[in-house]
Design a protein around this ligand. Structure first.
Ligand SMILES: [Zn+2]
Length: 560
């Protein structure tokens, strides 16, 4: 019994369980693994849940078992005797009602308000499975379903008045289903997640939430149309993030079209890396093969991937010329639909091949070293792999074996004969991938390291088209970062004066969406923050193993 406790112990109880201060506590028991507190409510009037009239007329009493926040690492159970009261108000529809203790109990709740609040936070941070594991460690064993139910039961936060709205879409399942994120750009918080990314849905939301003055959106047509219908007076701002992204796509197309300019570059290797020795004439044999351009291997043979792409592209184009539909072509050639579409759309085999060989390899930094060792006579992939490991290589022996395979003669000689007469490997590293060149072009020159800057300068000196592209990118970047929208017209004129088709179509796109682009390059608003929130939503989606329904994902996004 509590009255048997000393003064100090009563004070300690008050410190540990402040939420039980309004109760008469009968017993505190140690049940080994857990603590049991037996208590009852005091005889005070309680307002009826129907009419609000206070009542003291007891109908009966019963015991509730409430799980509480753990104490000293042990679960706590409160066994609370509560009253069922009779409503004295003749006009009230409620005959009897159970009393609730403010800040402690709720209708039908089997845990205290404190524990419920904690579990809600755990569920919002970690969702079902991980949340359930953490809750068990915190002394409150609940299932993942309970946690998800807690999140679903939470009320939406108040939207409030939104004047600057950011809108963007994200893939729930790439290529299949999408959703729209709406964000209050002043408060930097997600205010809604809508199913799909159609203009009508967005327009309806805008009509239900009047007062939006500025809408930051991507370059897609659907949100522009939705904004025109739902909030015709709002200023539309084309987001700078998407403008820059679209420019980068145009630059990538330009680089791919001029990829020949990348091949002759021979930069100095980055500092600290082993520099390959030049191939001696004896080792190189009578004729030095051309350096790999991504299409050919170091011995000048066409790569297998390239040969396969060439054959498939020709086959798809031939069937296309016969007038067959894409589905029939993919069936006949046994190709995936996406692949067939890719081959059908490519204007030239070069475009397709540059894209296919565009990927950087983790072996790239080690290639000069492998080449050098090969020229030294070390032709065993296993030995090379072991040597590379000492230099920090974390990849597999297979990757090394695949790379050196191209140095070996392709004829049917025996393994021993092959290793005796290795084919020469060039000492120079391969040319940079187009994607890397795009990154150099899109980076501010002050932020490029010396090697990259020197390399880029060589490429630009060889290709006037890429040099012109670099100049246009720099002007656009200045215009964007310094909000010089008034220069847009001149920029478009300058771009059209150069023979750069990909940039022309980018410029045409800017003209079609002129007012919003001008606003994006002039006004301070931008929806870059929406991209950050989308990253967060994608994280939440993965947290739930990608299986969350949109309503749950929406709740998590709104409340996190
Ligand atoms: Zn009542």
């Amino acid at each position: 019994m509590l009255h048997e406790l000393t003064g100090g112990e009563v004070r300690l109880f008050g410190l540990l369980f402040p939420h039980l201060a309004g109760l008469d506590v009968d017993r505190v028991e140690d049940l080994g693994g857990m603590v049991r507190i037996v208590a009852r409510t005091r005889a005070v009037p309680v307002a009826c849940r129907g009419c609000g009239v206070p009542s003291m007329r007891v109908h009966d009493r019963y015991q509730r078992r409430l799980q509480d926040l753990s104490c000293g690492g042990r679960p706590v159970r409160v066994e609370l005797v509560v009253r069922r009261l009779r409503c004295g108000n003749q006009a009230c529809a409620v005959a009897t009602f159970a009393e609730q203790v403010p800040g402690l109990t709720g209708r039908y709740q089997r845990c205290t308000a404190g524990l419920r609040g904690l579990l809600e936070r755990v569920a919002l941070a970690l969702a079902g499975r991980a949340g359930s594991r953490l809750a068990r460690a915190l002394g409150a064993a609940v299932s993942r379903c309970t946690l998800i139910r807690l999140v679903r039961a939470l009320p939406d936060p108040q939207t409030g008045q939104v004047t600057v709205l950011g809108v963007d879409d994200f893939a729930k399942q790439k290529g299949h289903s999408y959703a729209t994120v709406l964000m209050d750009m002043d408060g930097h918080r997600v205010i809604d997640v809508l199913p799909g990314r159609e203009a009508a849905t967005f327009a309806r939301w805008l009509a239900e939430h009047p007062g939006v003055q500025v809408i930051c959106r991507d370059r897609g047509g659907a949100y522009a149309e939705g904004a025109r219908t739902g909030a015709p007076d709002a200023v539309q701002v084309a987001d700078r993030f998407h403008l820059w992204q679209n420019l980068a796509e145009a630059v990538e197309k330009t680089v791919i079209a001029h990829h020949a300019a990348l091949c002759a570059a021979e930069p100095d290797p980055p500092a600290g890396q082993v520099r390959a020795r030049p191939v001696s004439p004896a080792a190189a044999g009578p004729a030095t093969p051309p350096g790999p351009d991504g299409f050919r291997d170091v011995c000048g043979r066409e790569r297998r991937l390239v040969a396969r792409h060439r054959e498939q592209h020709a086959a798809v184009q031939a069937l296309l010329a016969e007038g067959l539909p894409a589905s029939e072509i993919s069936r006949r050639l046994g190709l995936d639909r996406t692949t067939t579409r890719k081959f059908a759309r490519a204007t030239s085999i070069e475009e397709l091949l540059v894209k296919a060989t565009n990927r950087a390899s983790i072996l790239d930094p080690f290639k000069p070293y492998i080449n050098q060792r090969w020229n030294d006579g070390i032709t065993s992939a296993t030995v090379l792999h072991t040597e590379l490991q000492a230099q920090g290589w974390k990849g597999s022996p297979q990757a090394v074996r695949r790379y050196v395979r191209q140095f070996r003669p392709a004829d049917g000689r025996t393994r021993a004969a092959r290793t005796q007469r290795p084919a020469p490997a060039p000492a120079a590293p391969p040319p940079p991938k187009p994607r890397r060149v795009v990154r150099w072009l899109m980076t501010h020159p002050d932020h490029l390291d010396e090697t990259a800057a020197a390399h880029l300068a060589q490429i630009l000196a060889r290709s006037p088209a890429l040099a012109a592209t670099a100049a246009h990118v720099r002007t656009f970047a200045t215009m964007m970062t310094e909000r010089q929208g008034q220069r847009l017209g001149q920029w478009i004129t300058d771009v059209r004066a150069d023979p750069l088709p990909a940039l022309h179509s980018f410029a045409n796109g800017l003209c079609k969406d002129h007012d919003a682009v001008l606003a994006g390059l002039t006004l301070p608003y931008s929806s870059g923050a929406v991209e950050g929130k989308i990253c967060k939503i994608k994280y939440l989606k993965r947290l739930m193993f990608g299986r969350a329904n949109l309503d749950l994902l929406r709740k998590m996004a709104l409340l996190n």
